[in-house]
Design a protein around this ligand. Structure first.
Ligand SMILES: Nc1ncnc2c1ncn2[C@@H]1O[C@H](COP(=O)(O)OP(=O)(O)OP(=O)(O)O)[C@@H](O)[C@H]1O
Ligand SMILES: [Mg+2]
Length: 197
């Protein structure tokens, strides 16, 4: 509509074309970032730690976000199914940071204690509206990302919390915890045995 009304004014039409060019470039960058965020990863090639680190580098390269990682090598000893779940949680969380946080930096940390693994993803963005420890447990959003993350963690015997204070614009921190023993064991229904994978 603006171009139509500027047809008799070449200078104005030229300016509008530049704006459209810039919008298309911006949209293409966003599409590239989203396709990167959701592309499947081959965990068998390098293990989870290296895969997360490479993934974080690629994510940073396609967005303006600074991404840091601090991943314990212990994650590579988790069963393949648990590694896939963790990676999907990280992909979804980084997608949320990219889409919603308006952050400039995000950090991904996985630590192992004697009994648990702890995943923390912290951004310095605008925070979550209504963000508190229980975010995503009720009908606060139509999104499926956080419920899916919570479900994956429940399957590992773990929990998911968000810490966020919109007022102070101190960003959002995702905190996930799951125990070693449940993440590494699967019950064999058929044989009634406890199988350690
Ligand atoms: N890091 C974040 N910073 C700010 N707000 C966030 C962040 N992560 C999530 N949110 C808020 O939580 C809401 C729910 O997230 P969720 O991932 O469940 O759904 P969604 O991203 O909106 O949609 P989708 O189903 O595509 O994931 C988001 O709409 C957003 O408002
Ligand atoms: Mg989401």
């Amino acid at each position: 509509m603006r171009i139509r009304s500027a047809l008799g004014d070449p200078a104005n039409a030229e300016r509008l074309c530049d704006e459209i060019d810039a919008s298309i470039d911006h949209a293409l960058r966003e599409i590239r970032a989203f396709t990167y965020l959701l592309h499947p990863q081959d965990l068998t090639a390098y293990g989870l730690k290296a895969t997360i680190e490479q993934y974080a580098c690629g994510f940073a390269a396609r967005t303006s976000l600074k991404v840091t990682t601090d991943i314990t090598p212990e994650v590579d000893r988790l069963p393949a199914r648990t590694q896939r779940s963790l990676l999907r949680i990280i992909q979804e969380a980084l997608t949320n940071v990219f889409r919603h946080a308006k952050a400039t930096a995000v950090g991904v940390v996985i630590k192992a204690t004697e009994s648990h693994f702890r995943l923390r993803i912290r951004d310095n963005g605008r925070g979550m509206a209504g963000g508190d420890a229980r975010y995503g447990t009720s009908e606060t959003s139509l999104g499926v990302g956080i419920p899916a993350m919570r479900f994956r963690l429940q399957q590992l015997g773990g929990t998911l919390e968000f810490r966020s204070t919109v007022a102070r614009r101190s960003g959002t921190t995702l905190c996930a915890v799951f125990p070693h023993h449940l993440a590494g064991k699967r019950r064999s229904q058929r044989k009634g045995l406890l199988v350690i994978k």
